[in-house]
Design a protein around this ligand. Sequence first.
Ligand SMILES: Nc1nc2c(c(CN[C@H]3C=C[C@H](O)[C@@H]3O)cn2[C@@H]2O[C@H](COP(=O)(O)O)[C@@H](O)[C@H]2O)c(=O)[nH]1
Length: 364
Amino acid sequence: MSDDEVDLELLDLLRKRFGIGVKNDGPPETKVLENAQFICDNSVDVALDMRSTKIAARAILAEMEKREYSTKTWSEHELHPKSRDESTVNFIFTMDLLNFSFWSDKSEEEKFAVVYKGKRWSGYWSLVALLQRALDQDIPITSPNFWIDEERCTEAVLRAVFSSGTEEEIPLLTERVRCLREAGRILEEEFSSSVTTLIEDANNSAAALVNLLAEKFPCFRDEGTFERKKVRFLKRAQIFVADIWAAFDGEGYGAFTDIDKITMFADYRIPQMLHSQGVIWYCPPLENKIRRLEPIESGHSWEMQIRGCSIWAVELLRREILKVKPDAKINAILIDFFLYDLAKEKESEEVEVIPHHRTRSIWY
Ligand SMILES: Nc1nc2c(c(CN[C@H]3C=C[C@H](O)[C@@H]3O)cn2[C@@H]2O[C@H](COP(=O)(O)O)[C@@H](O)[C@H]2O)c(=O)[nH]1
């Protein structure tokens, strides 16, 4: 063997044995979609129905085209910020830092809600409303420096910011305050208290930005274990990137070269929609637990299966849509956003759907 052949043999041995010389400078990946497929392939309590998925894909495509659903729809929402500047970046970061667990088992009248601009906002929209309300009152609630300044940003000020228009306070208030303080400290230590610096550090890669959030911010590190394997959902890290992409219409801070790597956001609303369309099925014990509004603890196998199968279901919907219309300007984000908005419309029309599953956590 020549010297070169010996060297190559040795390098191959070292690479196999110690990973030496293996430059993992391939494109950044979040692993969320591959983990979702792994969960779905190994789920025994949650299953997808391909026939319904094909039917649902055609209905979703038709309705999205009819509404001309696009990134622009994001800014059309009454409460979402419209300016394409740093203030909107900070607003979205604050919002997606706290975008979790609004559900309540109290009645419509009693559950946590915020009255703002003459309307009563609940769920996700209660969060957007209370942030806008604080800004109207000149409370700089979307500034990371404010979150770590305990002289100005006192517990009393925060209680006022999150104050409810009903008897019920916002769920997990203590955890929300902890998320703000922690994120403010990390932004100061690593990103000169600037969210735009954080975005710029990802070099226009959506996957890199998701991974950076999960790596640097524990409160974005939304992961679990399924069949003894670590699985990543990264719901709020991903919806942060998606909200930035949509709010900036794919330009400026929203210009990502790999935005289609972002998956559906594994929350508690979309699985409901997927179930009502026959795309997702629950085994009888699980369905009964959900219909009885009984809690499923965070990290339970059933929760992993609901979240993983939902992510994979939206990927299958996306593939079916592109089979029907290869040039459709549609990705998992827009399908997801559309399904969420549809869920809220059906809720207001009081269309009978299975209840959402009850897991209380800061992850979604
Ligand atoms: N998968 C997914 N989950 C979403 C959203 C949104 C709102 N996104 C806005 C931005 C663009 C869209 O057009 C929407 O207008 C909130 N959530 C999650 O739902 C739950 C709140 O439910 P409820 O209590 O009923 O409001 C909670 O976990 C929250 O994190 C979404 O889009 N996708």
